[in-house]
Design a binder for this molecule. Sequence first.
Ligand SMILES: Cc1cc2nc3c(=O)[nH]c(=O)nc-3n(C[C@H](O)[C@H](O)[C@H](O)COP(=O)(O)OP(=O)(O)OC[C@H]3O[C@@H](n4cnc5c(N)ncnc54)[C@H](O)[C@@H]3O)c2cc1C
Length: 443
Amino acid sequence: MTRQETGRQLQFAQQPLMPASLYVDTTQAPPVTERLSGETRFDVAVIGAGITGLSAALHIAASGRRAAVLDSAEPGWGASGRNGGQVNPGLKTLPSEVERDFGREVGRRLAVAAWNAPDLVFALIERYRIQCSPARGGTIRAATGQAQLPGLERLTDECRARGGDAAWLNAAEMAALTGTSRYVAGMIDRRGGQINPLAYTRGLAAAAIREGAAVYSNSRVVGLSRSGEAWRVRTPTGAIVAGHVVLAANGYTDGLWPELAESVIPLFSAIVATEPLPRTLAQTILARREVLYELGDVTIYYRVDDAGRLLVGGRSASRPLCGPDAFPFLRELALRVWPNLDGVEWTHGWNGRLAMTRDHYPHWHEPAPDVIAALGYNGRGVAMATLLGREISRRIDGTPAHDMLLPTRPISPIPLHRFWPAGVAARVAFGQWKDSRTERGRA
Ligand SMILES: Cc1cc2nc3c(=O)[nH]c(=O)nc-3n(C[C@H](O)[C@H](O)[C@H](O)COP(=O)(O)OP(=O)(O)OC[C@H]3O[C@@H](n4cnc5c(N)ncnc54)[C@H](O)[C@@H]3O)c2cc1C
């Protein structure tokens, strides 16, 4: 056991453990981080050490300010260290809809930035030499039924019209790429790709520390109060006094800032992973390390990693679960899609919480002087959270609100928010019914 591992065990003995996952078993140990103790001054206190918080801290520190990141657990404990590893360009809506919803100038700026957000992820990986098995094979959006084709055609046209490297894939091309005849068509956007997300997030933490930021683990923020011109950020064992506060807890947002948690739906998503596939089988599924997600309401997403393991993600029960047998729906679906997976061992299964918004856009709030919250990536946080982390740094550097990618909006709690688990279950059931109709209309 290395000294770093010994230190980590000692430091993390009292805190929520990293939930078991393929990534925990295959990723280098995180940088050594400590619990906050005593009172310290920083320019910026960032709450949440996921991609949003760490990208913010990295950019803030690189621009010469003193930043501290605090996490209840450790860097990457949230969705950032458990996700599908898909570095996807774009938002949930079409570029033209973004332009309509935000106005021509702001909408165009946001659409261009969101669709090119993977550039920043891969640039940071290169600049800071983050060892996270990156591959830029492209993102495929896959249509399972005819009804999805007009929207996909529009998206392809709009991406190409805006300079994106996007191409239409017919049913035969989709079958050749995916090893299944499940799809009627698809679109590949070559700006996308894949990473090991826990390794990426830990790499961002290490890079932020190298740039001069402090990262505290096992340091849950339990109180925020204004103290003169500054903010006092309190944990059970210490406090930080800072000029700016960043709220970056996304699907794990708690009651720290009134009403923020009620402004998003904390949806669970799950992933199951196989042992490395036999070579002949691995060569039939996304062999160039493309990533794929299905269109539709209750969809699956998948990729094959650098060791040849298949990772399939999709819906999950709304509670923390782990183990390869915890998500039978995903395994059964995968076997229906690729019957020759029969006999391949499923080694891991885990889930986590992401944040959905009612308008499908990420939200940016400045609810008090020098407080910024960015959340609600709707399952596209790897690239977008990296980008908004940089935006947070720009704002703290003095960029005027009207030059930011996202306009500031008031925090708007979702009515009847406490019933979200029932609402999600009903939405999933309705989505499955809709998807089954879409699939019936495929022939
Ligand atoms: C299973 C799954 C698969 C996904 N797949 C993809 C994908 O393939 N591609 C993609 O783009 N997106 C995907 N997503 C979404 C993506 O992971 C998230 O959008 C993104 O990671 C959000 O990052 P974040 O830093 O904002 O939040 P998180 O990574 O969730 O981090 C929030 C952190 O805040 C901390 N925290 C909360 N409250 C406090 C407090 N009071 N004090 C201190 N710390 C606190 C938590 O401990 C946590 O570490 C997926 C999500 C899940 C769950």
